[in-house]
Ligand binder design. Structure first.
Ligand code: BES
Ligand code: MN
Ligand code: ZN
Length: 485
């Protein structure tokens, strides 16, 4: 899928115009082609401007079409993003190859053009590399131009959107790939491919994870013959002092629950338990392309959680890298086990802040569904920045608390901590567990269990991995770097 800045006059199979309900100008739309203008005037009564509505009109010179796309009431970037997604789907279904999307006037052209281009690219994502029968080829070239004039900000906005779509698609691919293919060493190989041009990559194997005294991470990995990996990536732009950010992503490439085994119903979905890892790897991919003034480190602990004769057990007590002893209550609370060692390790470099993304708890799905990720942290300012990034990217986050009773719930009579606080406040006790390992580093945790994948095929979403978090993280990082967004 090509997403390119262009001009309203560029040649393509279709022109796309966005309009809200009650638009009075359908009789005289700013399209150069007189026949199309007349077609729109004639069809004005049939187009209501509802969000997601599309109307395809024929009769332009050289067979060109006009697609009217409804936006519904407001003209917020997210509204345009979803309207553009609906328009792209309509053109794709009719197998039109190219289209010019006209950014409506008003608001910020930069935001609007970016949102429309993202909507098109995200909606047309497909994961068919493992299927012999491909879907027929549809829209493959999308051009973006302003309805009037040639605003200077538009080309950069479209190029940034193309980078974001590429990164989100990369994260979706990693999530959608099956657990026999998207193994820890596969993720490491994907990270290594990103090395160069300012990005360094280090990968630690099982023996190195043990040598690093990551006893909690090693305990999870010991039940599987699939080799674990700790992936480390570092990007550094000159002049990035005071902008040192560390991202950590949960990379459980398959979560059976281990000895505390999960029910088999929908267990195949636990291939998505590495979507946090996918999001932070994809954020690094976008950063490499956009080159913001930042010092960014990405850490991914990757392992399978399996039951076997060598698996860790409920009742085991293991020692984490920072010396904390952990009593294992449930081997299914494995995410916090890999994350605690990795957070402690990342904190040793003294970053200015640290953010982890993890499909951590079913409790978070119960609490928030797919409406937002649970946002926890130990630093008001960082949490505020992530809330603003959530608004800017329309990737929802919702603040959740870590209260003293939650910290008490994970005290163990035999060790320093236990890895499960039981059912009540499951998302909060998981966050409280992680908090123990970050020390005084400003830290935020996003529980993405409800947002990382879904079965809705609608708007910018496709069934399977959503790529949630990539656009949110990039919005956060660009704001930190002082770049515009
Ligand atoms: N990966 C799961 C969380 C999960 C479950 C995400 C369902 C998305 C959908 C995690 O490793 C897990 O199993 N968590 C347990 C924790 C419990 C044992 C304390 C849970 O949520 O039940
Ligand atoms: Mn689990
Ligand atoms: Zn898990």
């Amino acid at each position: 899928m090509e997403l390119l800045p262009s001009r309203a006059s560029a040649r393509s199979d279709a022109l796309v115009i966005f309009r809200p309900p009650g638009s009075k100008d359908l009789g005289r739309l700013p399209v150069g082609d007189r026949a199309l203008r007349r077609a729109a005037a004639a069809a004005a009564k049939e187009f209501h401007g509802e969000r997601g509505e599309t109307l395809l009109l024929h009769g332009g010179a050289g067979g060109r079409r006009l697609l009217l796309a409804g936006t519904g009431g407001d003209q917020e970037p997210e509204t345009l993003r979803q309207a553009a997604a609906a328009a792209a789907r309509a053109l794709d279904a009719r197998r039109l190859r190219s289209a010019t999307f006209l950014v409506p006037p008003g608001g910020s052209t930069e935001e609007r053009a970016g949102a429309i281009a993202e909507g098109v690219g995200l909606a047309l994502y497909r994961f068919d590399r493992l299927q012999r029968k491909k879907r027929p080829r549809g829209l493959s070239r999308a051009l973006f131009a302003a309805e009037s004039g040639e605003p200077r900000e538009l080309p950069a906005a479209v190029r940034r959107a193309a980078v974001l779509v590429d990164a989100v698609s990369f994260a979706r691919d990693l999530g959608n790939l099956p657990p026999n293919m998207a193994t820890p060493s596969f993720l490491a190989a994907e990270a290594r491919k990103m090395a160069g041009r300012g990005v360094r990559v280090r990968v630690h194997d099982r023996a190195a994870i043990r040598r690093l005294r990551m006893g909690a991470f090693a305990a999870v990995a010991q039940g599987s013959e699939t080799e674990p990996r700790l992936i480390e990536m570092h990007y550094r732009a000159p002049g990035s002092r005071g902008r040192r950010v560390a991202l950590v992503g949960k990379g459980v490439t398959f979560d059976t629950g281990g000895i505390s085994i999960k029910p088999s119903q929908s267990m195949e979905e636990m291939k998505f338990d590495m979507c946090g890892a996918a999001a932070v790897l994809a954020a690094m991919r976008a950063v490499k392309a956009l080159r913001p003034r930042l010092d960014l480190s990405v850490y991914v602990p990757a392992a399978d959680n399996m039951p076997s004769g060598s698996a860790y057990r409920p009742g085991d007590i293991v020692r984490a890298r920072d010396g904390t002893t952990i009593e294992v209550i449930s081997t299914d609370a494995e995410g916090r086990m890999l994350l605690c060692d990795t957070l402690a390790y990342a904190a040793e470099r003294k970053p200015d802040c640290m953010i982890d993304l993890a499909t951590l708890t079913g409790a978070c799905v119960v609490a928030l569904g797919d409406a937002a990720a649970g946002l926890f942290g130990n630093d008001r300012k960082l949490v505020g920045e992530l809330e603003r990034a959530g608004q800017a990217s329309a990737e929802g986050v919702w603040p959740m608390p870590i209260l003293p009773p939650h910290e008490k719930q994970i005290q163990s009579p035999y060790a320093d901590l236990k890895n499960s606080g039981g059912r009540n406040a499951g998302a909060c006790t998981a966050a409280a567990f992680l908090k123990h390992f970050v020390g005084s580093t400003p830290w935020a945790h996003l529980d993405i269990a409800g947002t990382a994948w879904g079965d809705r095929d609608e708007g910018t979403r496709r069934k399977g991995a959503t790529g949630y978090g990539v656009r949110l993280l990039v919005a956060f990082l660009l704001a930190r770097a002082g770049a515009k967004r």
